[in-house]
Design a protein around this ligand. Structure first.
Ligand SMILES: [Zn+2]
Length: 91
């Protein structure tokens, strides 16, 4: 599964880019989910439950192209994206 390995590397990089942007103040993590409006709680290590979601995928040009969603909207969105990604070729 070469494509999957490629995906996970891009995903890891995309996360680094986002966390760097947050530290620089370039991105700001909101207090609410942008889909359902669920207010963020924090987990045991103080991280917000609102997460960055790369709705257009993890390609370098989309690294900062994110929406902020709660954990449950995120898993739903991941599922949707998986079913909609145009580059998923059936051959
Ligand atoms: Zn939500």
């Amino acid at each position: 599964m070469v494509q999957e390995m490629h995906d996970s590397r891009d995903r890891a990089l995309a996360r680094v880019v986002v966390s760097r942007a947050i530290k620089r103040g370039q991105l700001k993590r909101p207090k609410k989910c942008s889909k359902c409006g669920h207010a963020a709680g924090v987990n045991s290590i103080g991280n917000s439950c609102i997460q960055a979601f790369h709705h257009n995928g993890y390609a370098p040009e989309h690294h900062l192209d994110i929406i902020w969603v709660c954990v449950s909207c995120r898993s739903k969105a991941v599922w949707d994206r998986r079913n909609k990604m145009p580059e998923r070729k059936a051959s």
